[in-house]
Design a binder for this molecule. Sequence first.
Ligand code: 5AD
Ligand code: SF4
Length: 545
Amino acid sequence: MRHDIPYASCPTPSSIKFPNQSAILSFFTIFAVLKMITPMLDLTYTKLHDENRQGEAFAPLLEDIQVTGKKFYIESYGCQMNFADSEIVASILHDNGFGATRNYEEADLVLLNTCSIREKAEQTVRSRLHIFRQLKRSRPSLLIGVLGCMAERLKSKFLEEEKLVDLVVGPDAYRTLPVLIEEAEGGQKGVNVLLSREETYADIAPIRLDSNGVTAFVSIMRGCNNMCSFCVVPFTRGRERSRDAISIVKECETLFSQGFREVTLLGQNVDSYCWFKSDSEKELNQADSVSTGEGRGNAVTFAMLLESVARISPALRVRFSTSHPKDITDEVLHTMSRYENICKYIHLPVQSGSNRILQLMNRTYTREWYMARIKRIREIIPDCGISSDIITGFCSETPGDHADTMQLMQDARYDMSYMFFYSERPGTPAAKKYRDDIPEETKRKRLDEIVKLQNSISRESNKKDIGKIFKVLIEGDSKRSAADWRGRNTQNKVVVFPKKGFDFCKGDYAFVKINNCTGATLIGEALTMTNAPTVEMEVSDTYKL
Ligand code: 5AD
Ligand code: SF4
């Protein structure tokens, strides 16, 4: 299929220019992003955390959703999945007569959507709850609720011991919110922290909160079965389940028709996405896999889902997160390379470069296996950006293990990494089996070393991008100046360029030549239409839902 180029003009058209990336960007190398690598060493948040968004109060994208009725206020913490959950909660509350507000002082219902992955989040939530509690003194009808990952673990603490909240609702129980609110209004405590094997909220259309109107997150699965020994997610979010593929594609189509130009498909482990069109197919497949030893015969796999979303429109970019090194398939990589609009960026957390530590972490791969996957990615998608998560100071980590991690970073040459020091989470296999025996000082020192190393690798990669041309999806004004646009290239790198002389809008694609860079941003200038590359895109017909 051939797409003529054209600079998109306002309002964003559905026909958009497409570069033939192999032709235009073949010499592009992976890009360095240092967003999370700050001098601050308290980096124990999840990879999908955007530190700028922690505790963000949401407001609806559209004009208010309800003018009469009661108002809710929601603050979200943690990973992008949690932020996406807040949009589901907003939708459920909206259907029950609640409108959103950014001002908690005017709210009838205050909700905190919490994260458990790091210890600090718990303290933050507790101090927020004390502030809201004071408000309740002057307004006793105000209801306060805790949602998300902390709900199960701390329900008795919040409800009974500290009497801080009226509602405690776990991540699989949001449909029961209206009933629980009613109970709480009647003076009872509204609690539901049951985890489910089926809930995916497939039929609930999230209300986009605080959106830039260009990029959106779409949950494709929930929970995790991996049991990495350090991780609390399998306990707080339950068993892995995949959402109905048809509802995912529909949601992405709706987003595209509303003007969104990028969707990020979210799951703790997207490569194990697996959905059956019917229960009978599921049963058949289970029976087959028992008899043949093979799985997924009749299933929609992640590669198939990715292809279906990519086919919505060449003008819709598709991203995904997170991939697990043990599960990422060549099929996914080939699908990425076939579709120009599937972004060339993979977040592939390694966690450690030491085989001994990887085994203690129950990651089920070795550093050799991991490096072979990196090699394969680069063979199939030469211009792919790759990032990682790394934990330092895990139980019993020796200086030699730490050196192995540093060496792996040198070999993998990540464009960016999210780096954490190990923080023991109650109830996890590591907390039960191993001693958290690395002194905090050592953890911080090692973290400092890997941050510095990543900084230099990223900077090197950044510099290599000077002189290149990238296709950039414009997300809005640059943070520093309204005279500049800010967007991202396919490798997920932030690109800033002056607006002057061009007629671009948010949601347009521009070709930008990079002239300079900072640690975290590429700085360039847009090419005029006559200078912009001509584009050609192959779209295969291999899979249709
Ligand atoms: N301590 C430090 N980092 C952790 N992560 C998960 N659990 C912990 C923990 N207990 C990091 C991992 C994971 C990311 C989501 O958060 O690197 O990939
Ligand atoms: Fe946690 Fe491992 Fe699952 Fe990621 S894959 S959510 S680190 S258990």
